[in-house]
Design a protein around this ligand. Structure first.
Ligand SMILES: [Zn+2]
Ligand SMILES: [Zn+2]
Length: 356
């Protein structure tokens, strides 16, 4: 297996070298196109400058000369990819970065507007997915949903939206739905109870196979889920009849910001996780480095190996046999060329694997 991989890699490297010059020129052009200087008349807002809007023209996935990496191994690794143009556009983007796991939004994540997935959409999506090596599909729920809110109107709206999230996952045949636990606002225990009750109602109303993964949060404000205890309690409060559909997503950036030292006490963290939540509940991982220091309670993703977590933590993760079966996706900054950036990040993560 290793030798096959080497020869195919060598070939790719040759092609790559030949292409490099042209690609460099192109990249410079792209950069110039993307970097319009901010003027007084045309100020670039803080948010826009941080997170450029997806522009298909600048994405290598649409460049006919782009060579998609093909990995001849069983590592479950991928990224959150855009559904711009429709959900069936996500799989080709995953293929372009050599992904074996893929996360998407199934609607505009910062809007309340819901939508259904019609059979045509499922067909197009599944067919596109069939042309990839993606083995695990993940959806991330909308950022507006707060299932823990004490505001009954907001919580009701959140539940309706969450049911629709689950239904779209079922319609598209997605394996996992990752959900941020809500903000408790008044008191934590009541918030966790409201969150668990809302989950239970949604799972009952949207039967199916999709497994709900409650994601660890960085612990800012009144967010639930920044401790393993919170996550365990959430699951515990879901009746046993639905509990097999509930798991956990560990985001390395969130965990580190929440005070779990994946750099200095890597094994202790996982021991604690196993004791409190149980390794078998871990279904998905988000691999993100962090722009902010340990225990900062902030949620600012950084490129792999370039933040406060650094290379060591990701080497540990990539070589951890307990995590080998868990699909891992990156949600790192994508710059103006998501495909090129994500492909580089995935290659970097793979380079951390000891292949002896
Ligand atoms: Zn995440
Ligand atoms: Zn995050």
């Amino acid at each position: 297996m290793a030798s096959r991989r080497n020869t195919s890699k060598k070939k790719a490297a040759k092609k790559k070298a030949a292409k490099k010059k042209a690609a460099k020129k192109k990249a410079a052009k792209k950069k110039a196109a993307a970097k319009k200087p901010a003027t007084k008349k045309n100020p670039v807002s803080k948010r826009a400058s941080k997170k450029p809007a997806f522009n298909a023209k600048l994405d290598s996935a649409n460049d006919p000369s782009w060579i998609a990496p093909v990995w001849d191994d069983d590592v479950l690794l991928g990224a959150h990819v855009s559904i711009a143009g429709g959900t069936h556009h996500a799989p080709p983007r995953a293929r372009a970065i050599g992904a074996t796991a893929m996360q998407i939004f199934t609607k505009m994540a910062n809007r309340w507007a819901e939508r259904d997935c019609e059979p045509d959409e499922r067909t197009a999506f599944r067919s596109a997915l069939g042309d990839t090596r993606v083995q695990h599909t993940i959806a991330h729920d909308s950022y507006l949903i707060n299932l823990a809110s004490p505001d009954e109107a907001l919580r009701r709206r959140s539940i309706e939206s969450f049911v629709a999230e689950l239904q779209r996952c079922e319609a598209l045949g997605l394996t996992y739905l990752v959900s941020h636990p809500g903000n408790y606002i008044d008191d934590r225990a009541s918030g966790i109870r409201r969150n668990a009750d809302a989950i239970t109602e949604a799972l009952a109303r949207a039967p199916g196979e999709t497994i709900l993964c409650m994601e660890i949060t960085s612990g800012s404000g009144t967010a639930i889920g920044s401790t393993f205890e919170d996550l365990a309690e959430l699951i515990e409060l879901v009746p046993e009849s639905h509990r097999s559909r509930v798991g956990v997503c560990i985001d390395t950036c969130h965990a580190y910001s929440a005070g779990y030292d994946l750099v200095g006490a890597y094994d202790d963290v996982w021991q604690k996780f196993d004791d409190i939540v149980g390794m078998s509940r871990l279904k998905v991982m988000h691999l993100n480095d962090s722009k902010t220091p340990f225990n900062s309670k902030r949620d600012r993703h950084e490129l792999i190996g370039e933040g406060s977590l650094g290379e060591r933590a990701f080497r540990n993760v990539m070589n951890d046999a307990r995590l080998a079966g868990v699909p891992k996706v990156i949600e790192t900054p994508k710059g103006t060329d998501p495909t090129a950036t994500d492909a580089r990040m995935l290659e970097r993560l793979r380079s951390y694997i000891d292949r002896r």
